[in-house]
Design a protein around this ligand. Structure first.
Ligand code: SF4
Length: 219
């Protein structure tokens, strides 16, 4: 299927180029520290990067490890997180994680996918983020944005696959270029935040437009 292969190639190239030219700079994108990355994933849930930016440096200055989180009362952590909303849920989640990581893993986040997935509150997306950004292993960070652009661009069979469908995850994984996991996943994250947005995608500014199924069906 040379046509489909070309389509895949353009998709991958576009995400890598987007990272190269338009990447958004956040402090958590400059670290490979698994502790920072895992905690940041929890902070970023159901809030915006801009909100997390407001507390990021202060939070990590105070809480340098899961040991620090374990030794701090849940209510105090919640107070430090109030600006993000859902602060009680977040602090509870961090305490649970800290307990397991300190007591069962000697304070270190495991590096095996199967072990990471056993951590409380850690699902496929967070696991993939750790594998890719901290441990530099090939993984697709599949979230609703990833699914949206795959469904729109590739269309056809992929358009009808459910978010949790194994085939969708397998296909997503096949898109990750060797040695460029971070660039691809974060490029895609920025591309879907700036170009292929949920409402009114900016197709006229999109490098995928010539081969995009969604664009073709909306001409
Ligand atoms: S052409 Fe439009 S719908 Fe297709 S990937 Fe680009 S922005 Fe998204």
């Amino acid at each position: 299927m040379p046509e489909f292969d070309n389509k895949k190639k353009l998709f991958i190239k576009t995400m890598l180029n987007f990272w190269e030219r338009k990447k958004r700079d956040f402090p958590w994108r400059r670290t490979k520290n698994p502790y920072n990355l895992l905690v940041t994933e929890i902070l970023l849930r159901r809030t915006t990067a801009q909100h997390v930016m407001k507390i990021y440096h202060k939070f990590f200055k105070k809480y340098k490890s899961f040991q620090d989180i374990l030794e701090t009362p849940e209510s105090e952590i919640a107070k430090d997180l109030w600006r993000l909303g859902l602060s009680n849920q977040r602090s509870k989640q961090l305490k649970k994680l800290a307990e397991i990581i300190v007591h069962e893993h000697g304070g270190k986040i495991p590096t095996e996918e199967s072990e990471i997935l056993k951590l409380p509150g850690v699902g496929n997306y967070t696991c993939a983020a750790l594998m890719c950004l901290a441990f530099e292993k090939p993984a697709a960070m599949v979230d609703s944005n990833f699914v949206r652009v795959v469904k729109r661009y590739f269309g056809g069979h992929y358009k009808n696959l459910d978010y949790n469908h194994k085939e969708l995850w397998k296909f997503a994984r096949s898109l990750v270029p060797e040695g460029k996991c971070k660039e691809f996943n974060l490029g895609l994250m920025d591309f879907t935040a700036i170009i292929c947005v949920p409402k009114k995608p900016k197709c006229t500014k999109c490098n995928l437009a010539a081969l995009c199924s969604y664009k073709k069906s909306n001409l």
